[in-house]
Design a protein around this ligand. Structure first.
Ligand code: CA
Ligand code: CA
Ligand code: CA
Ligand code: CA
Length: 290
């Protein structure tokens, strides 16, 4: 499972302490493919589901129906995934929930990241913007979470494997007006001190949504500017610890060898001196005999 996911790729986080953005440049709501054409996003990086047209896994191709509702500034009726970027000026994956699309706990948009830094990390910062257009009399919640469980299928990941990042709830009574944005950042929460994110390990940022209150049609949603930073905090890396321990053992071994050598050298010197003394006594007695 992990090997095949590696082969398929992910959004590569190439260094610690450096912001990696989930790049949606050029997205116009034309769908998702492992080899994306113009206006599409790479399905090696993102999978979407919980709509009446089905569920995507990483690497799938979905370029029609609910998965490719095109570009709009909002005020749509048909359920599914859009590009609502004309409304916000930034690329954005947008959602119009309906009675059969993306309105309960089966909903997901998963962005897959991989620690390609070659280093261990124990802290993950997640940042971005959630959007809603309150143009209907129902209220929904848009939620963002983190998980290190990258299993397929997406809906098999237990809820206990997710850490909460943030969310936004649209009001029930429609107010008209434009798009509302909520900046979110989870800066200090994900300290994985006992359980390091290893080089090559992947993690998912999940955006999902569900009904809250009100009645009738549903508001429109989206997210943009999603980025992550992985970093090391406080504790030395396990590998470094390993080298440190090996280093200490090595120094001790060399020192002990040196001590043994010194001991033998001193012994040898004593032995040689005692031989010299015997030889001296011998030669004296020989001399005395002549
Ligand atoms: Ca690809
Ligand atoms: Ca649908
Ligand atoms: Ca609508
Ligand atoms: Ca509303």
């Amino acid at each position: 499972m992990v090997a095949s996911m590696d082969a398929r790729g992910a959004v590569m986080v190439n260094a610690t302490q450096t912001r990696t953005i989930f790049d949606m440049a050029g997205f116009d709501g034309s769908g998702f493919s492992p080899n994306p054409g113009p206006g599409q996003l790479d399905s090696d990086d993102v999978r979407l589901g919980g709509v009446s047209n089905g569920d995507m896994q990483f690497g799938d191709t979905q370029t029609s129906g609910d998965f490719a509702r095109g570009s709009s500034s909002g005020g749509v009726i048909t359920g599914g995934f859009y590009d609502f970027s004309p409304a916000v000026g930034d690329p954005m994956i947008g959602i119009q929930p309906t009675s059969t699309d993306w309105n309960n706990s089966t909903s997901y948009i998963d962005v897959l990241f991989e620690n390609n830094s070659g280093r261990y990390a124990n802290n993950i910062v997640v940042e971005g913007e959630l959007w809603f257009l309150n143009n209907e009399d129902r209220s929904s919640h848009l939620r963002i979470q983190l998980t290190r469980n990258v299993t397929d299928p997406p809906q098999s990941i237990p809820s206990t494997d997710f850490l909460a990042i943030g969310g936004v709830t649209s009001p029930d009574t429609a107010t008209g007006g434009g798009w509302n944005s909520t900046y979110f950042v989870r800066d200090h929460g994900f300290i994985l001190s006992e359980d390091w994110l290893a080089p090559g390990e992947q993690f998912i940022v999940r955006i999902s949504g569900f009904d809250v209150g009100g009645s009738g049609s549903r508001d429109e949603f989206g997210f943009s500017d999603l980025s992550v930073i992985i970093r090391n905090q406080s504790l030395p890396e396990p590998r470094t610890m390993g080298f440190l321990v090996l280093g200490v053992i090595g120094v001790r071994y060399a020192r002990d060898r040196r001590r043994k050598y010194d001991y033998h050298e001193a012994d040898e010197l004593k032995r040689l001196n005692s031989i010299k003394a015997k030889v001296h006594r011998c030669s004296k007695s020989v001399n005395n005999n002549y």
